[in-house]
Ligand binder design. Structure first.
Ligand code: ZN
Length: 194
């Protein structure tokens, strides 16, 4: 009886181990799948004006959820990622706001405040880093992944990330508005990509 109980416990442990392994594997596979889909300039989709996402477009919403997981788990800091960067010309992106990946569908931006230089790098422009002029604050209206309407008022770096990602939806890249390259003392690996 004792032996049977022991075997039963061992089997349960093994099944739990198997389940955890499968979960971990599927997570890392979906992460690498996103990484492999990222397109770089001069891919034509990066220059298109993206179209609105329809309410029942579950496939695109699922993709945004996978993008959010990818940037939250990335070792190299990623501040945001947009659908056109995965060759999907639709208006949606994920932005890291206070260490949380926020999905924004069909965002509408109102920009406020003075323009100031923001140091940026882009996943679609490998090796290019530089200062870009951004407004100091934005109000962004969007639908979340549950199609709830949301409004956020963002300042400084959070607002810069949203402006960078929103530019991708209009076919604009940082190379178009670069003010200057960063000082050599700055290591490019410290600059989050987006
Ligand atoms: Zn970018």
């Amino acid at each position: 009886m004792k032996n049977r109980l022991k075997k039963c416990k061992q089997l349960t442990c093994f099944i739990i181990f198997l389940l955890i392994s499968c979960l971990w594997l599927s997570e890392s596979l979906s992460g690498s799948a996103i990484k492999e889909r990222i397109v770089t300039a001069p891919h034509p989709v990066l220059r298109q004006r993206a179209t609105d996402i329809e309410r029942g477009d579950h496939e695109t919403i699922q993709l945004l959820i996978e993008m959010a997981d990818y940037i939250e788990e990335s070792v190299r800091p990623i501040a945001g990622i947009s659908l056109p960067q995965l060759a999907v010309s639709k208006r949606g992106f994920v932005a890291m706001i206070e260490e949380e990946a926020v999905i924004m569908i069909n965002p509408k931006l109102m920009k406020y405040g003075q323009e100031e230089p923001s140091l940026e790098g882009c996943l679609s422009l490998p090796g290019q880093f530089g200062y870009v002029s951004r407004h100091s604050s934005v109000t962004v209206e969007y639908h979340d992944e549950d199609w709830q309407k949301q409004v956020l008022h963002l300042k400084d770096i959070d607002s810069f990330v949203v402006q960078h990602e929103n530019d991708h939806l209009d076919g604009i890249l940082i190379a178009d508005k670069m003010l200057a390259a960063p000082a050599q003392s700055l290591r490019n690996s410290d600059i989050p990509l987006e």
